[in-house]
Structures are given as structure tokens and as C-alpha cells.
Design a protein around this ligand. Sequence first.
Ligand SMILES: *Cc1c(COP(=O)(O)O)cnc(C)c1O
Length: 398
Amino acid sequence: MENKDLHIKDQQFYLPTFKRIPLTFIKGIGSRLWDVENKEYIDLLAGIAVNNVGHCHPKVVKAIQEQAADLMHISNFFVSPPQVALAELLVNLSGLERVFFTNSGAESVEGAIKIARRYAHSKGRGGKIISMHNSFHGRTLATIATGQPKYQEGFGPMPKGFIQVPFNDFAAIEKEITEDVAAVILEPIQGEGGIRPADPEYLKAVKSLCEKNDIVLIFDEIQSGIARTGEWFAKDIYGIQPDIMTLAKGLGGGMPIGAFMCNEKIASAIQFGDHGTTFGGNPLATAAALATLQVIVEENLIQAAKSKGKWLKEQLSTLKEQTGLIHEVRGEGLMLGVELQIPAAELVQRLLKAGFIANATAGNVLRLVPPLNIPDEDLEKFIEVLRVEIKKLEIEQK
Ligand SMILES: *Cc1c(COP(=O)(O)O)cnc(C)c1O
């Protein structure tokens, strides 16, 4: 079988919403992937910041196999050991006091918005949600209402009660604060928006503004969480605790699972029946997530994200000095963005040909979010190839 065979079938049957690259992957181990023609790739995308412990980590695979043989699903009418263990662990890691499990990122954000509104209404406030330009919180109706206009086009009418302001602009938020506002939602490091970190002073000011006005502060850590940035959560880099935090992507080691967490103040506004889910947090998904978090601890992947990220960022910054094609290098740990002077898609294509998987986001940004346990040699190989491809592109530009 060849890569293009299945691509043709995919194009015939799948809803034409993904502009897929005609590559069919069938095997992954750690930071390596193999396509159906047996070509090997080094993966610097990790399923969009999902495979933080690498592809098919043996401990995650074993946890899934064992749990699948015991019990996969029971509904949330009942208690299950892996769900309880995961809830306790996440509470201990985050310093937030309550958790609710979902099946995806967007669902986590939906839940976060709901409980924020529930809390605000219990205090007699309105339900408006302030979000940021360039943000990304998912593709459901409420989450596209928080985000970029390009995702809203053709899907109106949009849900009401959402206000967007420029990111990293404190005056812009301050201007919108009224009794009608329930919450502010932001990514401490914007992911899809091009790997743009919040300024520490800005985030501190937003935190105290929210505290002063009893507005709920929501951090969307779906991309930045789970050790990606060299801390368990990006909030820990800033030393700022939100009222609510959303998780997904890296949480399940490849298994679809998300979560939203909150402090006791928010949780106290929630009553039986206020929210629910059938699949969310089922034994299979939570067993996978539990194993994933254990691997991060046992293999010291927080430190790995920090040191490998530091090395990679230094190399990228050196490369920036050697070429006119790189505008800026941004990010923390292994959540890095290289903003080019030109669209990043062509570079991504060439890297792919050379056997490296990366991705272009926000037009000009090359996004690098590899597995946290990617071997140093893989990163070295990548930098070598990136240097060559950027030089070639630069010559062609002239
Ligand atoms: C990916 C992402 C989402 C959406 O997650 P899905 O699982 O695709 O619904 C939400 N917020 C952020 C910050 C993300 O990176």
C-alpha cells in the first residue's frame, strides 16, 4: 500500500474539512513515526502537543490494555478507582480543589464557562465572558464565540455574551469590566495564536483586577499544561493561580480526555445536576491519564522539557542571528514558536520531505511541540536540517 491510496479514499468519504497531508501513519514509538511506505519520521508536533510522553509509551499502553480487560465504562453514576486516583493527583499537582473530566479540550472550556457563569449568577453578576484576540479555545459554538473571527464565519448566529479584547493589553480588559462580566478566559501562552506568552506583569494585573471585582479568572492550559512548558502548568511559571483551569491534549498520553478544575469558591456554587457527561472520565481514559502523569514523574519529564527546551531555544536563537528569515523565537520549555518573515507552510513541507514533522500555525509561525522525552540526538538532527532548509529558502527568496 502507498500513502496516496488511503488518502484518495479518505478524500472520498471524510467530511472535507481537514486539508490533509497525503501521509498515512501506521506506527509510532517515542519521538518516531512510520508511514505506510515504511519511511521513518522524527515527530516535533506530537499530535499537536498530545503525545507528551511519546508515542505508545509502554506504561501507558500497559495501563490501557489492563484497564480495557477489567472495565472500560460504567457511567458517572458510580465510582471508579482510576478516576478517583486521577482526580486526587490533579488536585495535588495543581493546587486547585475540584476536577471534572471531559473528552476533549473544547468540552473542558464549555464546562469552565458554565461553572464560571453559575458562580457569577450566584453573586448576582451577569454572564459575559471576556476572551482574547488571537485566542483558541475549541470549535464548538461557545468556544468559537470566544475566539478568532475566521472560525465564526458562516456559523452564525453566535452565542451571546462574549467580548474579545487584545491580548497583553491591560487597559483593554479594564475598560470592559462591568457588573455584567462573569469571567476572563485566556491562554497563559497562546498556542494556535502563534506561541505567544502573556507578559508576567500583564497577567499579574489581570489576576488582581479579577480578584478586586470578583470576576472568575480562567486559564486555558489545554496546550500549555501537563509539563509541556517545563512546569506542570504554565501558570506555575508565572506563579499565578486561576480560579478555573482547563486541560486536555497531553493529559491522556494519546487517549482522548480533558478536564476542568476549580477552587472551592467556584465549586461551592455548583449543585447536583448542574453539569454532566456520559463518557467523561471513564475508567479507560482515566487509567491512561494516570499512567501518563506517573511517567512524567518517574522519567522527570518536567526537567526534560525545561532543559531540552532551553537547548532548542538557544539553537533557534543562534539560527535567527544567522538568517534574515526568522523574525522571532518564542515560548517556554518544549512549547516553542519560530516566527518567520514568510508563511511557514513551505518550510513545513520541506521538513516533512526530509523526515521531520512540524506544523505551521498563525500563518508565519513554525510550531515545535515535540514529545517531552525526545532524545537530544533527534533535536540535534532537526536543527541541522532546519538550518539547511532555512538557508535554501533564504537564497530562493532573493
Ligand atoms: C487544542 C486546544 C483547544 C481545543 O481542544 P479540542 O480537544 O480540539 O477540542 C482548546 N484550547 C486550547 C488552548 C487548545 O490548544
